[in-house]
Design a protein around this ligand. Structure first.
Ligand SMILES: [Zn+2]
Length: 87
């Protein structure tokens, strides 16, 4: 592991287990800012945890809170069209 990554993980004090345990609190902004930012840092470095949190977020409908996630406009349009059509 790169030394800068090691520093981030030590300072952040969250590992994959912490992220998964705290993910619902994280998504609800229910953690101290130091933990929120530690988790954000972890998510930007850890694909599996990001996927885990994204799945959880989409399940509870707050996907917009996550960094670097946005629904493509074509997706939004198809949802809107479906709503207009009423099916
Ligand atoms: Zn992780």
């Amino acid at each position: 592991m790169n030394s800068w990554l090691t520093k981030i993980f030590r300072r952040g004090e969250v590992d994959c287990n912490d992220v998964r345990r705290l993910s619902s609190d994280y998504l609800e902004d229910d953690l101290p800012e130091v933990k929120q930012s530690a988790i954000r840092t972890h998510l930007s470095n850890c694909g599996p945890c990001r996927a885990f949190v994204e799945t959880l977020a989409s399940t509870i409908g707050i996907l917009s809170r996550l960094p670097r996630v946005s629904a493509p406009s074509s997706f939004k349009e198809s949802v809107m069209n479906r709503i207009k059509r009423g099916d």
